[in-house]
Design a binder for this molecule. Structure first.
Ligand SMILES: N[C@@H](CCC(=O)N[C@@H](CS)C(=O)NCC(=O)O)C(=O)O
Length: 208
């Protein structure tokens, strides 16, 4: 497909978070694969877009100059702005605040430490990584209490479900799903959403 929006990425959690947000917002985009194993994220052409050499990166060529976004969570905010009401309530008020409260819980208290544990493990600091990994599981499990409602932040799907789902998918093998009955029900429901399925598949034919 030829669209103004291109999403550069790989079949990894950070890219899939952005792809799911674009799908749920109903924004057409073209998936462009960056082959991490081949080191394409270190190519000068890609570094010119994203000096950190990481994916995802979104380019929206509908404006001049083109808009470049290098953080998965900023891409979620961009999708929210482009399609008001799809990823958070469009109107200011308690429901919208609740979405951001829950969304940032996953971004800062679960996803960020999970990235830190990954880095520590790669550096051989296995004890420190294990400590943070335990913390990630403990924090994520708190979300069981959020699910007195149908979704993570109330009775409507929101960006809080996107941030929660992508981290849940990456730690799913380490969670005790039998004791997390609400989370288990919620995970299956989010995974079954057509837009989530499309986002999950967007980079699937590009294995990492
Ligand atoms: N905070 C960034 C993190 C991006 C990130 O760490 N991406 C990983 C893939 S999941 C990456 O590109 N790693 C390649 C590398 O660091 O060399 C975001 O949320 O977009």
């Amino acid at each position: 497909m030829n669209t103004a929006i291109e999403l550069y990425g790989a079949n990894t959690g950070n890219t899939l978070r952005a792809a799911i947000a674009l799908e749920e917002a109903g924004l057409p985009y073209t998936a462009r694969r960056i082959d991490l194993r081949a080191g394409e994220h270190r190519d000068p052409t890609f570094l010119a877009l994203n000096p950190a050499g990481k994916v995802p990166t979104l380019i929206d060529r509908s404006s001049t100059p083109a808009q470049v976004i290098n953080q998965s969570n900023a891409i979620i905010q961009y999708a929210d702005t482009q399609a008001p009401g799809r990823l958070s309530p469009a109107q200011p008020g308690p429901e919208r605040i609740k979405v951001f409260d829950r969304y940032f819980f996953f971004v800062t208290d679960v996803i960020a430490p999970s990235h830190a544990a990954f880095f520590l493990r790669q550096a051989g600091a296995n004890d420190a990584a294990a400590l943070i990994d335990r913390r990630v599981l403990e924090q994520f499990s708190l979300a069981e209490t959020f699910l007195a409602d149908e979704f993570m932040a109330g009775d409507r799907f929101s960006m809080a479900d996107i941030s929660a789902f992508t981290i849940a998918a990456s730690i799913r093998d380490r969670l005790d799903w039998t004791s997390l009955t609400h989370l288990s029900r919620w995970f299956d429901a989010i995974e079954a959403r057509p837009a989530v399925q499309r986002g999950l598949k967007a980079f699937q034919h590009f294995p990492e």
